[in-house]
Design a binder for this molecule. Structure first.
Ligand code: ADP
Ligand code: ZN
Length: 720
């Protein structure tokens, strides 16, 4: 009898053995349906030859029910799943679920039915039907998705289908995408770009694992450079994966890609419609999708023949997943390339210290683009010492910065003010009784959003209308804003320079590709004079008329005091500074700070990146921080404070005693209450020689917890 070991997509269980029914052909990677108790669940055939530790007697084995009609998961992906589960101390099933994230999509047929308005009216109109029809104008999606968009039940929409107001449209999810044309447009690279592009193209042809760090200043043309090896992979008939940090804002990238390759690439991110998702997944697997541009989850797609991986803006913190399986897509991308036997390039103007260290020690090959394309100069950077040049009472911008914006207005140029705080003010309180508005689910203040008239939590999404009277003392019109957010800075600019056309650019206002495209068009046509934005505007944009960048508060990032504060500040300010003077006109950057003496600020002002990285390297070395030592954290959470505290204490009580390993805590986690869960944390700091993952597995493996307690492991946490 044939037996196989299957990874069932149920986190609590390890791989299980099943019997293969007579006549069924299954091998590793096949996605199958397995019986589990009374249910049928999806599993992946993991091993079929040697089955170590097989104890279940043959007659007790249950049989696989069927094979799903999708290509088997390739071996390289299965190895990636194993590596990820092992390195990040997660269960195999939880990682495999990411790979099969289109779960439902797998089971379903290749054809799906979407619905759209016919233009006809239902025989019997109700207010609910009318509202639904208004909301669905121009939409086409499955009934369930349309119900979500319109905010009505699926039953209401079925009624509209029966009455002829909605009609079905069949969508073929196996339809391949238009082919990208590697030689659609030719771009003349400058000699530095050419050299880097040739090295990468050679690596693509060599079909061997090779990691690269493309270290190029802002505006050096990193994209044009890596497009060449992308073209090379396409010529070889192989697929390409490009990871971008902010998938909502890829307009500019898509446009450049289309100009170069004649088609837009295939997108992969969490807000795809189910038909788009299923079509992308199936075509990645069968080779009908050539270039995938995606968020970090695209790393676990079942590519048929991947030839090249790009991680653009590789330093970005959004590559770190902070819940579920806590992984860093930048590092997993390198491992995927390793298992596929292909090159991978990490592109950045401000690489993470870890990446630079890998280049220095020779693990990554480093490619440099030290100057801007087309002779554009890097901008001049100046410090505004806020202790000397005080903004007027109740304002946040020094006169010099406002004068700079006024000059740009006169010349018809543009300015960008950067402040990494959405909303109007980070803290809202009652002028009468001092009551502070706090999120009911998180240890965080509610942030006032004046444009929408709401108070919002930036951690869990909790929202409430701004109250007309204090919730605590009942005083009317009593809210006072404390500190500035981007909306407040925009108000200030409008007040001090009334003729300026100001636009607030954040994830609140640029929340769809359409809106982002509109924003870009407005800036390009000169309809916007001043952009006030969060870190969303620090990357990717190329606006030739933008000649002034003002950093409203460079000290903000340093306040948290964690070990990465300096690096984060450096990266953010250098990236936003990189938006200035990208055209023929020179750029200027003004950095407002109360600490001009801080080493990060001094290095930025002097344009001395090496000085900053050297100082940072020394600091990390002394602290035993990455890349010199390793950190991991264990997060224990529960909806019940006491339960979380006790579980954390039980774990802390049996802490292992290992040489070169220091364990701190348990203590309340930095966000002690998050999305309604109380959180405690244990921090581990170890020498590189310690097998940290093994220690954690052995430690946590011997403790049981009440069902309400969750224990999460974060290996290489971003902040500590
Ligand atoms: P980076 O990503 O390194 O900041 P970009 O790739 O955005 O830089 O390039 C900056 C600008 O220069 C873009 O508008 C890009 O189209 C242009 N550019 C770069 N290299 C070339 C080239 N070889 N030919 C034409 N335009 C180029
Ligand atoms: Zn919250």
């Amino acid at each position: 009898m044939n037996r196989v070991r299957c990874l069932v997509l149920n986190a609590a269980l390890g791989p299980l053995d099943y019997k293969v029914p007579e006549g069924m052909e299954v091998g590793p990677g096949h996605v199958v349906e397995c019986p589990l108790g009374p249910r049928t669940i999806i599993g992946i055939v993991w091993e079929s030859e040697r089955l170590p530790g097989t104890e279940v007697p043959a007659e007790k084995l249950r049989a696989i029910r069927g094979i799903l009609p999708v290509p088997p998961l390739p071996a390289a992906l299965r190895r990636l799943i194993e590596w990820t589960a092992d390195y990040y101390v997660a269960s195999l099933a939880s990682v495999a679920r990411m790979a099969l994230s289109s779960g439902g999509a797998l089971k379903g047929p290749a054809t799906m039915t979407e619905y759209r308005l016919t233009g006809g009216m239902p025989e019997r109109m109700t207010p609910q039907r009318l509202a639904a029809m208004e909301a669905l104008d121009g939409e086409q999606a499955t009934i369930r998705e349309l119900a979500g968009i319109a905010g009505v039940s699926e039953g209401v929409l079925r009624g509209l289908v029966n009455q002829g107001a909605l009609e079905p449209v069949e969508v073929d999810c196996d339809r391949p995408y238009d082919a990208a044309r590697p030689d659609f447009a030719h771009i003349n690279l400058n000699p530095q770009q050419q050299e880097a592009a040739e090295i990468l193209s050679d690596a693509v042809r060599a079909r061997k694992f090779a990691p690269y760090l493309l270290d190029g200043v802002t505006g050096s043309g990193k994209t044009e450079t890596y497009f060449e090896p992308v073209a090379e992979a396409l010529r070889m008939g192989r697929q390409v994966l490009v990871l971008l940090p902010e998938i909502a804002l890829t307009e500019n990238f898509l446009h450049r890609f289309e100009e170069r390759f004649g088609v837009t690439p295939v997108l992969w991110h969490s807000s795809l419609k189910s038909t788009e998702r299923r079509r992308a997944w199936r075509n990645v697997a069968n080779g009908g999708a050539q270039v995938i541009v995606g968020a970090r989850s695209a790393l676990f797609l079942p590519f048929r023949e991947l030839g090249f991986i790009v991680v653009d803006e590789a330093h970005e913190t959004s590559f770190k997943q902070e819940d579920g399986v806590r992984y860093n897509a930048r590092d997993v991308a390198v491992m995927r390339a390793h298992f596929e036997g292909i090159p991978v390039v990490l592109a950045s103007a401000t690489p993470a210290l870890e990446s630079l260290q890998m280049a220095e020690s020779g693990v990554y090959a480093k490619l440099d683009l030290p100057s801007r394309f087309g002779g554009a100069q890097l901008p001049d950077i100046d410090i505004v010492d806020l202790t000397q040049e005080k903004p007027p009472q109740g304002m946040w911008l020094a006169q010099r910065l406002v004068d700079g914006i006024a000059e740009r207005l006169e010349r018809g140029e543009q300015s960008l003010l950067f402040l990494n705080r959405r909303g109007y003010a980070p803290l809202t309180l009652c002028r009468h009784c001092g009551f502070r508005y706090q999120c009911p689910n998180c240890s965080a203040w509610l942030v006032e959003h004046r444009f929408t008239g709401r108070l919002a939590c930036h951690h869990c999404g909790h929202e409430a209308p701004s109250p007309a009277a204090c919730k605590e003392c009942g005083e009317p019109d009593c809210l006072v804003a404390c500190g500035p957010g981007v909306e407040r800075i925009a108000d200030e600019v409008a007040q001090r320079l009334p003729e300026a056309r100001v636009f607030v650019a954040t994830s609140d206002t640029l929340n769809s590709p359409g809106r982002a495209a509109e924003f870009i068009a407005q800036v390009e046509s000169g309809a916007i004079d001043v952009i006030v934005g969060t870190q969303l505007v620090t990357k990717g944009f190329h606006f030739p008329e933008l000649t002034l960048v003002g950093v409203v508060d460079a000290d903000l990032g340093l306040e948290g005091g964690d070990l990465r504060a300096g690096e984060r500040t450096y990266q953010q300010v250098a990236q936003v500074a990189g938006r200035a003077g990208r055209g023929s006109k020179p750029g200027e950057v003004l950095i407002q700070t109360r600490h001009p003496e801080a080493s990060v600020i001094a290095a930025l002002a002097a344009g001395d990146r090496d000085a900053f990285y050297d100082a940072e390297t020394e600091m990390r070395r002394e602290a035993g921080a990455p890349p010199f030592g390793r950190w991991a954290s264990i997060i224990i959470s529960s909806e019940d404070e006491k339960e979380a505290r006790e579980a954390a204490r039980r774990i802390g009580d049996v802490r292992p005693d290992v040489a070169d390993l220091m364990i701190l805590g348990p203590a309340p986690a930095p966000m002690a209450l998050l999305r309604g869960r109380y959180r405690y944390r244990l921090l581990m700091n170890a020498r590189r020689s310690v097998q940290l993952q093994d220690v954690i597995r052995r430690w946590l493996g011997c403790i049981d917890h009440p069902p309400g307690v969750r224990v999460g492991v974060d290996v290489d946490p971003y902040s500590f």
